[in-house]
Every structure is written in C-alpha cells, then in structure tokens.
Design a protein around this ligand. Structure first.
Ligand code: TRH
Length: 368
C-alpha cells in the first residue's frame, strides 16, 4: 500500500476547500497511518481554521501532517505515490512533468453533490491529453456507489458523549448561523426577534458580521459581544477551530450552514439544519439543493417535510415567506428525530477517506 500522499489545495474563496482538505489530510494520517503533505496556496486563509499554523514558514508539520506553502515559484523534492488534486485545482506543470517518470495514483477529488449523475462519473478515468498519465475522478456522495462522506471513525461517539454532557434549555431555542452574506439575514433575525420562544443566535465571526451589524444598527458590534431585540439574543463568536465549530453544531437545536463542509458537519450533528449551497451560475446550486432535499427528506412526515423544503428554497432563493420561521420552529421536533436517524444511517456507509484508501489499494493491485 503506497504511503506517501501529496494533496494540492487551491483556496478559491471562503473556507470549504481548505476545510475539506485539512479534514481529509488529518484522517489519512491519524486513521490510516499515511504520510501526508498538504500543499496550500493561501496560508492566511488556512490560518483562520488552523490557528497554530505559522504563515511565515514554507513548510511545517501540524498534527502529523506536513503543510507546504504552494507558491508561484513552486519547488518540490519528489513526487508522492498518491496525488490528490482537490477540486480540479490544476497541479503545477513541473510536478505533472515529474510524474511521468514514475506515475503516481492521481486522483481528482471533486465537489459534493447528491445529484444522480455523480454515481456514473465516480471513479471514471481521464487520460492526460499529452502525457502518458491518467487521473481518476473521485466524487464524494451520499450513496454506496459514490466516494462517500468525510467522517472520522469516532465522530458520532464523540458527538453523543458531548450532547449527553450538555443540558439543553427547554425555554430557549439555540441556533447557530453561518451563511453567505447576501442571504436574508435581516428578515431572519427579525423573524427570530418576533418568536414566541426566546432565541439565542450564535454567529461565528465571518462575512456575516456586516449584515448583522446593519440589522442592529451598530457598526461597532464585534466578536465577544451580544445584542438583543425582542425574543432574539444574538451573540457574535470568534471564528472557531474546526473542532470548536463541530461542538457548536452539536450543541444547537438548529444550525444554519453553507457550502460543503459545514453542511455535512451539520448532518453529522444529527440536529435540524438549513443548508445554503454555494451560489453557482445558471442556478446550478438550486439543482444541487433540490437533489439533496429529494435524497434527505423521504420518510419525514409530510407536513414537516413540506415546511423544511419550503424554508430551504426560501432561504437559498432569498425569498423567505413571512410565516416560514414560525412554521419551521414548530416542525423542529419532527425534523430533529428524522435528522438523527438519517445521520445514523449515513454513518453505516464507508467514509470518504477509507474509500480513497480502498481505491488506491485496488488501483495498485490492478497495475501489477
Ligand atoms: O466557506 P464555505 O462557503 O466554502 C465554500 C464551499 O466549500 C463551496 O462548496 C466551495 O465551492 C467554495 O467554498 C469555494 O463553506 P464550507 O464548505 O462550509 O466551509 C467552511 C469551513 O469553515 C468548514 O470546514 C467549517 C469551518 N468553520 C470553522 O472551522 N469555524 C467556524 O467558526 C466556521 C463558521 C466554519
């Protein structure tokens, strides 16, 4: 079994690319004993998630993973046995040329989607147009015929222990909020302010801070501070570490998440969530949303499913219907039960890091 892995991560924008790559790198090292080098082009963004990263260093070891700065004058000391090109980030040309002498297992790790076509494209090979090299498309996904979802082997056990240790308030609805800044933040916060039940809304500091400041009419609002309006108490948290963010999700009655990685962490939290997909051209994100809801909602009782479906579409399309927040809060007990069950079922599938290991092993054997 090859042990040396190079993962290439180009941070397009936001935190999802590095969020996924870091989790994967960690898991390959911790759970499968791989030697992992993670190439990152933007150490400053990575530093938000990895507070112990030294952005000045060209190379460093963090939690067992070598992190190398991927700069314009890219230099490397040999090609790894397995190369992961995250999200079609395009490997440096010099690296690709060097791969020819001893071709590695070359994997393009794609974005997550619940769309049906993913099963067909998962593990399809793609020959290099000029060089005697071949890469394989690896698609994460929700079914057994895809590459699976990122999940550490002890994640649900740690979650259960944590959730049992937290006494939740019967009175207050505890919500975490992570979304794209163009979302209808003001409508949501004012619906929360008009709730029958007190709402504590926990907001990790991100690009959401600006719309939240506007809502409260207070440009000085910052991390560590709290504001109230009606039934709403909004608390700005510092941007959390990935494990701190997991715990936040585990502790809430409802989580607003976005993109790719926080979405799946919300699923694993087993608590109700509202997912806002990353906006893409030609409404591709709406297609992704619909595919996910079609996968996730069946077996939830009809009324709650209808409310949850409508809220997701309203939130993503930025057309929240006036009564949708009240309806959602009433449907939460049914949604909570359903999500917990769904997380348990999904956790019975082989996780993504293990599937990559299996693929690499099979690939090597087929070459002998
Ligand atoms: O930041 P994102 O919007 O990333 C997006 C998506 O991945 C999208 O698919 C991609 O195309 C685009 O980037 C380029 O959302 P995402 O995927 O949820 O990533 C956020 C990461 O940040 C995730 O790993 C969780 C982490 N996080 C923390 O560690 N602490 C925090 O306080 C918060 C709010 C998030």
């Amino acid at each position: 079994m090859p042990k040396q892995w190079d993962i290439f991560c180009r941070i397009v924008d936001n935190f999802g690319d590095i969020g996924v790559c870091w989790r994967l790198a960690q898991q390959l090292y911790r759970e499968h004993g791989m030697q992992v080098r993670l190439w990152i082009d933007d150490l400053a963004v990575a530093n938000r998630l990895l507070p112990n990263l030294d952005v000045q260093l060209p190379q460093q070891v963090l939690d067992g993973v070598t992190i190398a700065h991927w700069t314009a004058d890219f230099a490397f000391d040999g090609v790894a046995e397995v190369v992961v090109e995250a999200f079609a980030c395009e490997l440096p040309e010099s690296y690709v040329q060097a791969m020819v002498a001893k071709p590695p297992v070359w994997i393009n790790l794609d974005y997550l989607s619940a769309e049906a076509w993913v099963e067909t494209f998962h593990l399809q090979p793609s020959p290099h147009p000029r060089l005697p090299l071949k890469k394989t498309f690896f698609f994460p996904g929700f079914t057994e015929h895809t590459g699976g979802l990122l999940r550490e082997h002890d994640l649900l056990t740690r979650r259960d222990t944590y959730q049992q240790s937290v006494v939740s308030s019967e009175q207050e609805l505890r919500v975490s909020l992570f979304a794209y800044p163009q979302a209808e933040i003001a409508s949501l916060l004012s619906a929360m302010a008009g709730s029958e039940r007190p709402v504590l809304c926990l907001i990790p500091e991100s690009s959401l801070l600006e719309p939240v400041r506007q809502f409260f009419g207070d440009a000085s609002l910052q991390a560590g501070e709290t504001r109230t309006q009606g039934a709403l108490t909004a608390s700005i948290l510092p941007f959390l570490s990935q494990s701190g963010y997991d715990q936040l999700l585990w502790s809430c009655d409802l989580n607003f998440v976005r993109g790719e990685d926080s979405w799946i962490r919300a699923v694993w939290a087993g608590r109700p969530f509202v997912w806002q997909p990353y906006v893409q051209a030609e409404d591709t994100h709406i297609i992704k949303l619909q595919a996910f809801l079609e996968f996730f909602l069946p077996e939830l009782e009809t009324e709650a499913a209808g409310i949850w479906h409508a809220f997701h579409h309203g939130w993503t399309r930025m057309q929240l219907a006036p009564d949708s927040w009240r309806q959602l809060t009433h449907a939460l007990p049914a949604i909570r039960q359903h999500t917990a069950k769904k997380a348990q079922t999904l956790a019975e599938q082989v996780d993504m890091a293990s599937q990559l290991i299996i693929f690499v092993r099979n690939f090597q054997q087929s070459q002998v």
